[in-house]
Design a protein around this ligand. Structure first.
Ligand code: SF4
Ligand code: ZN
Length: 265
């Protein structure tokens, strides 16, 4: 089977479009799609400093690699930041992977720990909670947002870029709908160009499965071990539900994403 764009053998088939691509053309398509999203939503402006939040997972590492390549030919600068929640045996392994990639790419990297910022690791904060109904991820998410805002101010960043992909957006939308939290739906607009400190998601139009293949085909090591708290919330069930829908109805995630954009407006 040949690549649709060159004479190399195809390595990936985009089920929703039927396109067959070799590894190189596939990687180029991801870089191009990311650049298109950044430009469509005015995500980065001239001379800005972009803080790339890098956790050590495939999405944020792939984002760092792609955005670093772009920074070399555009007039913006980047720096990597990692938030250390203090989850034993989980974050340490990821930090090593991040350090190696930052060295390879020659990107400055700073780590911000919950313990230093809030005098508590995540696990210590969870021990203090009086209501077991508040999930670990919701406590962690609140602390992470504050930590990222602090980190961005600390390094003087204009923009914070995160590796959230299209699947993450869909899952968050469904979770908000199921919990009755309709106010957050308006926050899903990818255009944050009028905000002071902008939070951008350059992968918001790319399927998670494509980021996985990008990391795989570019020989990028990433942390695949899930966080020990990951299955406490409903997100895993929603992810599996959306994946099974996509298997049966290729392109349904793209359709839902387009609907979310319209509702957000
Ligand atoms: Fe925090 Fe939840 Fe992510 Fe673990 S899975 S790092 S607890 S948000
Ligand atoms: Zn090709």
């Amino acid at each position: 089977m040949k690549c649709d764009r060159c004479d190399n053998p195809a390595a990936y088939t985009r089920k929703y479009s039927g396109e067959k691509l070799c590894s190189q053309c596939f990687s180029k398509s991801i870089v191009r799609k990311t650049a298109k999203t950044i430009s469509k939503y005015n995500m980065i402006k001239h001379n800005e400093l972009v803080a790339v939040a890098v956790s050590g997972g495939k999405d944020s590492l792939a984002l760092l690699k792609i955005i670093k390549e772009m920074a070399q030919t555009h007039s913006f600068r980047i720096m990597a930041i990692t938030i250390d929640e203090g989850i034993p045996g989980y974050r340490n392994a990821a930090l090593e992977i991040v350090e190696i990639l930052c060295d390879e790419l020659n990107v400055e990297h700073k780590v911000y720990a919950y313990k230093d910022l809030f005098e508590l690791t995540l696990d210590e904060a969870l021990d203090l909670r009086d209501n077991e109904k508040t999930s670990s991820c919701s406590i962690c998410g609140t602390l992470r947002r504050r930590a990222i805002d602090y980190a961005a101010k600390d390094i003087g960043a204009d923009v914070i870029a995160t590796g959230h992909n299209l699947d993450d957006t869909l899952q968050t939308f469904v979770i908000n709908m199921l919990s009755g939290d309709t106010t957050k739906i308006g926050w899903m607009d990818p255009d944050t160009s009028t905000n002071d400190l902008r939070k951008i998601k350059p992968f918001c139009e790319i399927y998670e499965s494509e980021i996985v293949f990008y990391a795989f085909t570019n020989d990028m090591p990433f942390q695949s071990e899930p966080c020990p708290h990951m299955n406490e919330g409903i997100r895993t069930e929603i992810r599996e539900f959306l994946n099974s829908l996509e298997t049966q109805h290729s392109g349904i995630k793209n359709n839902l994403y387009q609907s979310i954009l319209k509702v957000s407006e």
